[in-house]
Ligand binder design. Sequence first.
Ligand SMILES: Cc1cc2nc3c(=O)[nH]c(=O)nc-3n(C[C@H](O)[C@H](O)[C@H](O)COP(=O)(O)OP(=O)(O)OC[C@H]3O[C@@H](n4cnc5c(N)ncnc54)[C@H](O)[C@@H]3O)c2cc1C
Length: 414
Amino acid sequence: MRLGFGDTDPTGYTAITTARQVQDIDARTGDLGATKTASKRSPWNRKNPYRAQVLSNRCLSGPASAKEVRHFEIALDDSGISYEAGDGFGVRPVNDAVLVSAVIERLGVPADIAVHTKAGEITLEQALTTEYEIGIPSMDLIEAVAEHAGDAELDHVLQNGDRASFDAWIWGRDVVDVLDLDRSSTLDPAEFLGLLRPLQHRVYSISSSPTAHEGTVHLTVSTVRYRSAERDRGGVCSTYLADRVGDGNEAGVFLSPNKSFRLPSDDTPIIMIGPGTGVAPFRAFLHERRARGATGDNWLFFGDQHRSTDFLYADELAEFERDGLLTRLDLAFSRDQHEKIYVQHRMRESGQQLYGWLEAGAHLYVCGDAARMAKSVDEALHEIVAEHGGHSPDAAEDYVNELKRSKRYLRDVY
Ligand SMILES: Cc1cc2nc3c(=O)[nH]c(=O)nc-3n(C[C@H](O)[C@H](O)[C@H](O)COP(=O)(O)OP(=O)(O)OC[C@H]3O[C@@H](n4cnc5c(N)ncnc54)[C@H](O)[C@@H]3O)c2cc1C
């Protein structure tokens, strides 16, 4: 039985991040003609990415960190791509050779067997490397395998039709896991490829400023790595960037404009809330404001697990604080003390000042985790407005809605 959510959308049924990402493709990419920004229209798009040289790929997080966050610098060279602080960048990944081999082994056919794809007649190995999504399994594949697998848990999830249980079931599973549900299955390569989705690009917030870092785009990427069912696994694009694109190699990229996430006029104060990789566009904003000599005050809330290992761009932020560009830097390292402290706690601690900044016309930006952080920050904002503005909950809601309407409360969350 088919689940009723977005199964015709190439990724619409998957976890929040992926679903959101696909929405963003439509909303942001120049290639679909929806957006027209001050950034020049780029000839490059998800179907025709620019082959850019990766100039630098270095780890920002410390060796003892539970996370691996990397900084990339990508050359724009003769691409003609021009961007603004706040824009995103699309990256077309290449699948991991180990996963490709595992899939071919399950199919039990030679890797060099010829197959027909949109890219022409190529080997099965090539097709699985560059053309098809083998990380996150497609609904078509899951349903085809489920028909004969007799897997009680999966049957229950599919019959139930409940999105949350399906998301929980698919979380962490790849195409090999799905094929393993029915070891007796004999899908021929053409039939199998017909069940897969095309390999999707991923979007990243640009962390550089076009004025300060001319000719390059910087990205701040958290590498997705986990172990499940005795196999080490990784996110397709973040491990592609981390492991398979060394310095000097090329990657397919294109601009993903975000015209609704822009700096205000140079004299307007801004409040930026960007824990983890959410700091990316705010690094871009700060560099841009410094390069332009913008006079508006800048307040950044940053947080992560530990100060010693996860304080991304600590040196740069300290310098911005010293030279007065950063009016305030509030930090929340959740695991450096017994009780967990997050950015929303820091916001509440300085609620009166934060409300004062809003009253003085500040624009408030949030970037990073959509599932928990953005929700908690939104709750904190409502509480701050109610408490320090002397508003009822309804009036606080109206105040925040007005911020949104006037484009002074902007979010880039994923
Ligand atoms: C507008 C926008 C801006 C973004 N900006 C940034 C940015 O600046 N920096 C950044 O790092 N990311 C950013 N992202 C997220 C980014 O686009 C990718 O979604 C992210 O890098 C993961 O992609 P991937 O290909 O590595 O993983 P995928 O191949 O997409 O794999 C993700 C899947 O891995 C599995 N998985 C992940 N973690 C675990 C776990 N711990 N245990 C079990 N299973 C797990 C789940 O099944 C999950 O669905 C942004 C997204 C959007 C939409």
